[in-house]
Design a protein around this ligand. Structure first.
Ligand SMILES: NC(=O)C1=CN([C@@H]2O[C@H](COP(=O)(O)OP(=O)(O)OC[C@H]3O[C@@H](n4cnc5c(N)ncnc54)[C@H](OP(=O)(O)O)[C@@H]3O)[C@@H](O)[C@H]2O)C=CC1
Ligand SMILES: O=C(O)C1=N[C@H](C(=O)O)C[C@H](O)C1
Length: 255
């Protein structure tokens, strides 16, 4: 994702890339970030040093890298876009605490289509929550074989938003195996498929007795996430401290 963010930002005159951060063990350190992204050099080497003064930081990394990123942004009062998924509960609390000091956009998917589909999913769950015979919700996500976390942060977010529209005692069930017995009415099932270079696909199945609805949203490439993160970075400029998400950025927040 770092490569695509660099590529799209370097084509956008509103951005000036001043740093590209990776960890000390990365063999590409010292190489020009533009060239690493497959384009012309931009005069910014891949480095470990945190820049002193920047307008915004975009983080697509690993949970283990995020703590340092949050601390550095708080220390330098820099707005932050967090796209990394698979955070621990402790990290989520840390992020919330940091948002009391700096403006942060945090979202498991920066994609416009995914965020819009989340709104549709909320609407379906709200409308069908009490349907006669019951509503079964299953979330199937597909990603590339390199993905480190499962289920995807986006699948978990879909589940969280849908659960808010259903009963308070919703159970989140990850996969099924063996003699599971009948499916209960109050569970949301998650299924993580890892195949090839899939850039991300989510299918939300709302199953009833006699009919079903499926919402499917699929990326053709990863630029939807990079461009969403860049839109979030622009949107953050001049915002007060606080924790925001892509619904805020895209104007999809319900009143
Ligand atoms: N919110 C969204 O829209 C999206 C979120 N994501 C999430 O973004 C994250 C990154 O995804 P992706 O780019 O595919 O993953 P990659 O593994 O390809 O990239 C992660 C990068 O972070 C580097 N890294 C590791 N440790 C550190 C560190 N301590 N400091 C700085 N950089 C470090 C890795 O280096 P090395 O390879 O050497 O370990 C690697 O270059 C994942 O959590 C993914 O789920 C992805 C797409 C969209
Ligand atoms: O790792 C990925 O690739 C993606 N991760 C995010 C997630 O976990 O939801 C977003 C997107 O689906 C791509």
């Amino acid at each position: 994702m770092g490569r695509r963010v660099v590529a799209l930002a370097s084509e956008d005159t509103e951005f000036q890339i001043v740093a590209a951060i990776d960890h000390a063990g990365n063999p590409l350190l010292g190489q020009d970030a533009g060239a690493v992204a497959g384009f012309a050099p931009i005069g910014v080497p891949l480095a470990t040093d945190w820049p002193e003064e920047v307008d915004v930081v975009i983080d697509f990394s690993l949970p283990k890298a995020l703590d340092h990123c949050i601390e550095s942004c708080v220390e330098s009062s820099t707005p932050l876009v967090v796209a990394t998924t698979g955070l621990s509960d402790e990290q989520k609390v840390k992020l919330q605490a940091a948002a009391e000091l700096i403006p942060i956009v945090w979202a498991p998917s920066m994609s416009l289509a995914v965020n819009l589909t989340m709104k549709l999913a909320e609407q379906v769950a709200d409308t069908l929550g009490d349907v006669v015979g019951g509503l079964d919700v299953e979330i199937i996500e597909r990603h590339h074989r390199f993905k480190a976390d499962a289920p995807s942060g986006t699948a978990l977010k879909f589940g969280e938003l849908i659960a808010k529209q259903l009963s308070d005692d919703t159970l989140h069930v990850h996969g099924r195996e063996g003699h599971t017995g009948e499916r209960t009415r109050n569970e949301i099932g998650y299924h993580a498929v890892r195949v090839g270079d899939n850039p991300g696909e989510h299918t939300i199945v709302f199953g009833m007795l006699g009919e079903k609805i499926e919402l499917n949203v699929a990326a053709s490439n990863r630029d939807c996430y990079a461009s969403g993160a860049l839109a979030a970075a622009k949107w953050l400029q001049g915002r007060p401290k606080g924790l925001y998400n892509m619904f805020d950025v895209l104007g999809l927040q319900s009143s």
